[in-house]
Every structure is written in structure tokens, then in C-alpha cells.
Write a protein that binds this ligand. Structure first.
Ligand code: TEU
Length: 581
């Protein structure tokens, strides 16, 4: 008998501290607010809580710019509050993982302040410094033409020492130099051991494939001639030493703490062979990763925010690709479609129109709870929260990535009104802001998120009186929340087939419906999903002895009693699940 690591069957729930629950009326979520909602999460069936960065930070990128790994951002609370949170989780048999952000720090981190102080400072080499280049006419140029994630160059000129430093994200987020063993040791001690010693159960590892940069520092090909800076991911994603670094991280740190769970964020890595290098159990690098195919659906190829039309077979294809990934390998996978960097799944993959949004949220719950891998939910997904209304002005968007994108593209378009409207529409569909609205707890002022008089740090969704936790608890099983709870229970009861079984897709080219099976030696599951707002006919897979188990429409059971043979008519955004064995 092979024992399964605990994290394979876990249901994980991501909390974005700023927007989860404010306990002290300052308009910003906080750690005591999280503690106050643990029983709500326990009741939903959550096993692991992942908290996005709560560390000391100037908040240029909502805490992903860390100025001290061993302190907590004061508006969120204290290290003592974190210890209480860890204890509150453990008391209930739940686990807690933190966000490990060690590709870069804040420019306010003492390490960087020292590094930039002089060329011969002992920490100079802890970050990536390069001399300038010069054009023929003598103009100073950055070392490469790379474009950063938040628009503009990846290089910032430092007048004081006459060199550029590298920043893949904001200029206030300099990249650490992983080539230096002393830097790596400091990262392990400060960002990892400090919290593992306090009892955290693992990490979500931010941008895990970017630590090792290609040593050539060569220019990227010009694909966007209107800008100097060009997309250059291949120069820093999955670089030559990355696997060596991750093995070392296990050897030096993780191995000494039992079996902490690690889930790495893995953008720009479509090739399953390459992904397997990170997650094959025998090599002990990461427990699992968030591969990005599912969240790249609808994103532009040259710039992610330039919305690209897509059809259902693309989504089905990426689901199938990562379901089949685990077959015949010792690798593991994750099941997710939301996080703090993504729009809301109801709006993105289905429809958030009034008549469709509840069905859509349940359809997605049915799909996700039936897939193999560790399941991750993002706060608000369990009640079917939706994207920012189109009526909101562009100045309601707060995220540095949205703001910079809009500025750069608007300038490029000469502020042409039609273009500006198009940019607004792209952000309404794809901006990270969509995930960052305050959690909708009830129908009272500010959705019960805060009792601050000046209101929350980011505007509450207009529809909070319709979509909120309290209302859905009252409505019970028929609500999105009730359905998620029921599906999580079903997933746990039949974990062998639902969380571990072999995936089989049917009619994968069909643009309206998604039919798939899950199998083990002795069980069969069939899932049929209607991804349109009209009735659709589907055919159940030819599995012996299938019986109806659960449906996203409350009267599905009665409908099933009238059904004959393998054909079923599904109503708009309806999903059903059948089992045999
Ligand atoms: O994101 C890294 C990343 O590659 C993207 O998914 C990110 O959303 C960015 O928008 C790229 O366009 C991680 C965090 O999840 C994100 O919130 C941080 O901003 C980023 O790292 C920097 O720490």
C-alpha cells in the first residue's frame, strides 16, 4: 500500500487578506478577521487555508513587494496574530500555508537598501545589477530590451551607483540574485524557516520558475514595434539552474520539517514534460504547481489583457491535457480556475447575466469537484462572485498592472475615445481587480466586510445584496454556497474516483457541452455540462450501471426519473453527475 501525502486530497481555500474580513473598522481586511471566519471555512469543507502575503510591505503590489519577511503589515496585525491563526487552524484539524515570494523583495527591504548603497557593499551582489549600454549617438540604454510584467522596462537606472537593476515586476520590486549562495541562505532563513518554525504547513510559491535567469542577458525579438520593451519570458522562465535551486531548497529547508506542502506558480510553461520536472515525486522539488493554461483562456498572446475570443473546445482541451498529465507519471496536478490575479470564473467561462449566474457557478463547482488533483478555491468563488460591473469608471481599478497597462496603451492610442473604451472593456473582462473586491458577507452596509465609516479600501460590488454569504446560508442547498458544500462532501466521500480517477473526455470538439468520465478499477463517474444559455442535448458515456447522483438544478432528480436511454436534455448552464460501482 502506498500512502498518499496529505495534500493530495486536500480542499484548499485562498484568502486575500486585504479583501476578506475587516475586524477593526479601518476598511482593510486583517488577520483577526480571518480567524473570525475559520468556522465558516471549516463548515464549507476546507482543509487548507492559503493566505496571500500578509508581510510588512509598502503595498506597491498588494503585499507581493515585501520589505521584511519576519514582520506582518501592521494594518493586517502582528506576528502574534499569525501565531493565533496557525493555532486556530490546527485546533480544527486544518492546515495553513503562506505565500513565499522570493523572486524579488521590495526596494524598501534592508537587503536592497544595502545593495544599492555602493558598488562594494557586501550585499551588492544580492540583486541583479548591470552596467548600461550606449546607442551609437551616445544615448544610455538599459542592458536589454525586456518588458516588465507591469509595463515599461525590466531595468531601473540607479543614478547613485551608475548601474541598472533588474525588476521583472514593478520598479519597486528588485529581483534577488539567486546565483549567490549567501542570498539563497538568507532567503531560506528569513522567508521560510522563520515561519516553518512557527508551525505553518507549507507554501504557495510565487513565480517559482523565475529565479534562474538565462546568463546571456540577450535582447528579445521585437514583436511590438511601437514600444522599445518586448516580451522576454524565455530569458527568465525555467532558466538553467532552477531545478538545482529547488532541490537545494528541499535539502536545506523543507526536508527538515516533515512533509510541508508546496504549490508553485508556473507561468509560461505549456509543455507537460517541462512541468513534470518540477513535480515528479521522485525528484522532490514541488508537491504540485499551478500551470497557467486554464487562466490563459481569453488572454491576448502579446499582452494578456487584450481580450481574445475563445471557444469551449479550448477550455475542454486544457482540462483534458492536465487531467491526463498524471497518468503513468509520479507527478501531481492542481484543479483551480480563480485566484487573486484572475477575473471571476462565472463571468469568464460562463455568464454572469441575472438569470444565468447561479447556474453558472454551480456548473463550474460540479466540474471542478469532479477533477483529479488538489482542489483550490479562491475567496468568494464559493458564493459565485462576479466581475466588476461595466458601469464602473476606470479610476475604480486599483491594481498596478491594470493602471500601468491602461496608461501605456492609452498613450500609444493617442487617447482615442473608441480605443479607450476598448481598453476599459478588456480590463472589465480580465483585470486582476475583478478578484480583489471585498468579500460579500451579508446585505448590510459595505457587504458586512467592514464597519468603517469611510468604507472599504476598494469599492464593494453593486450586487452584494443579491450575492452574499448570509443570504446563501439562509437559502441552504439550493444556493451556490450550499451546492459547493455538497459537492465538496461528495468529492471527499468518493475521493478515489473524483480526486484521483482517470479522466476520459467525449466529443471534445463540441462547442456547447462538456461530457467527461472519471474511472478507477471499480468505480465510474460521468459528468455532463451545458456551457450555453440554451437547452442542449448530451449523450451519457457508455458506462455500465450509471445512476444519477447530483445535479445543479434542484429538480434534476425528477427529470431523471422521466429520462430513458443515454440522451439527456440539459437546461441552460445545467450540469449533472452520475455514478456507477
Ligand atoms: O504572479 C506572477 C505572474 O506571473 C502573473 O500571474 C501575474 O498575475 C502578473 O499579472 C503577470 O502579468 C505573482 C502573484 O500572484 C502576483 O499577484 C504578483 O503581482 C506577482 O507574482 C509578483 O509577485
Amino acid at each position: 500500500i502506498t500512502s498518499r501525502p496529505w495534500w493530495k486530497d486536500a480542499v484548499c481555500y485562498q484568502i486575500y487578506p486585504a479583501s476578506f474580513k475587516d475586524s477593526n473598522g479601518d476598511g482593510l481586511g486583517d488577520i483577526p478577521g480571518i480567524v473570525s471566519k475559520i468556522d465558516y471555512l471549516k463548515n464549507l469543507g476546507v482543509d487548507v487555508i492559503w493566505v496571500s502575503p500578509m508581510y510588512e510591505s509598502p503595498q506597491v503590489d498588494m503585499g507581493y513587494d515585501i520589505s521584511n519577511y519576519e514582520k506582518v503589515y501592521p494594518p493586517y496585525g502582528t506576528v502574534k496574530d499569525m501565531e493565533d491563526l496557525i493555532e486556530a487552524c490546527h485546533k480544527r484539524g486544518m492546515k495553513l500555508i503562506l505565500d513565499l515570494v522570493v523572486n524579488h523583495t521590495s526596494d524598501q527591504h534592508p537587503w536592497f537598501k544595502e545593495s544599492r548603497s555602493s558598488k562594494d557593499n557586501p550585499k551588492r551582489d544580492w540583486y541583479v545589477w548591470k552596467p548600461p549600454r550606449y546607442a551609437e549617438d551616445g544615448t544610455r540604454l538599459p542592458p536589454t530590451n525586456w518588458r516588465s510584467y507591469f509595463s515599461g522596462p525590466t531595468w531601473e537606472w540607479d543614478e547613485h551607483t551608475g548601474e541598472y537593476y533588474l525588476h521583472l515586476f514593478a520598479k519597486e520590486m528588485p529581483d534577488l540574485n539567486w546565483e549567490n549562495p549567501e542570498t539563497r541562505r538568507a532567503i531560506y532563513d528569513s522567508a521560510m524557516k522563520f515561519w516553518l518554525d512557527k508551525g505553518v504547513d507549507g507554501f504557495r510559491v510565487d513565480t517559482v520558475n523565475m529565479y534562474s535567469k538565462r546568463p546571456e542577458y540577450a535582447d528579445a525579438p521585437v514583436v511590438d514595434p511601437l514600444f522599445y520593451e518586448q516580451p522576454a519570458y524565455s530569458h527568465w522562465a525555467n532558466g538553467p539552474r532552477i531545478h538545482e535551486f529547488l532541490r537545494e531548497m528541499n535539502r536545506e529547508v523543507l526536508d527538515h520539517y516533515g512533509q510541508p506542502m508546496t504549490v508553485g506558480e508556473l507561468p509560461h510553461t505549456p509543455d507537460p514534460k517541462q512541468v513534470l520536472e518540477y513535480v515528479c515525486a521522485s525528484d522532490r522539488q514541488l508537491s504540485m504547481v499551478f500551470q497557467f493554461d486554464i487562466v490563459n483562456v481569453g488572454e491576448g498572446r502579446e499582452h494578456k489583457f487584450v481580450f481574445r475570443e475563445w471557444k469551449l473546445p479550448e477550455l475542454k482541451g486544457v482540462v483534458e491535457k492536465w487531467q491526463r498529465f498524471v497518468e503513468g507519471t509520479d507527478g501531481w496536478t492542481t484543479v483551480f480556475c480563480e485566484n487573486h490575479d484572475q477575473p471571476r470564473s462565472v463571468s469568464r467561462y460562463c455568464s454572469d447575466l441575472p438569470a444565468a449566474r447561479t447556474c453558472s457557478a454551480k456548473l463550474l463547482a460540479l466540474m471542478l469537484c469532479s477533477l483529479t488533483g488538489t482542489l483550490f478555491l479562491y475567496q468568494g468563488q464559493e458564493i459565485g462572485m462576479i466581475n466588476i460591473p461595466s458601469s464602473w469608471n476606470i479610476d475604480e481599478y486599483r491594481d498596478i498592472e491594470s493602471v500601468n497597462f491602461y496608461k501605456a496603451m492609452a498613450a500609444k492610442a493617442d487617447n482615442d475615445a473608441a480605443q479607450l473604451e476598448r481598453l476599459h472593456d478588456c480590463l472589465q473582462k480580465l483585470a486582476r481587480d475583478n478578484a480583489r473586491l471585498p468579500m460579500q458577507w451579508d446585505g448590510s452596509a459595505h457587504a458586512g466586510f467592514t464597519d468603517s465609516e469611510k468604507g472599504p479600501w476598494m469599492r464593494v460590488h453593486d450586487l452584494y445584496q443579491e450575492i452574499n454569504v448570509e443570504k446563501q446560508i439562509r437559502e441552504g442547498e439550493g444556493s451556490v454556497l450550499g451546492f459547493w458544500k455538497r459537492m465538496i462532501q461528495l468529492r471527499k466521500k468518493h475521493a478515489d474516483v473524483l480526486a484521483h480517477g482517470t479522466f476520459e473526455g467525449f466529443e471534445m470538439e463540441d462547442e456547447r457541452t462538456f461530457v467527461f468520465g472519471k474511472r478507477t478499477e471499480d468505480a465510474r463517474v460521468a459528468v455532463v455540462l451545458n456551457f450555453t444559455g440554451e437547452e442542449q442535448e448530451v449523450r451519457l458515456p457508455e458506462y455500465e450501471g450509471l445512476r444519477f447522483e447530483v445535479g445543479s438544478y434542484e429538480d434534476a432528480k425528477e427529470e431523471e426519473e422521466r429520462a430513458e436511454g443515454r440522451l439527456r436534455r440539459l437546461r441552460p448552464w445545467e450540469g449533472r453527475l452520475y455514478m456507477a460501482g
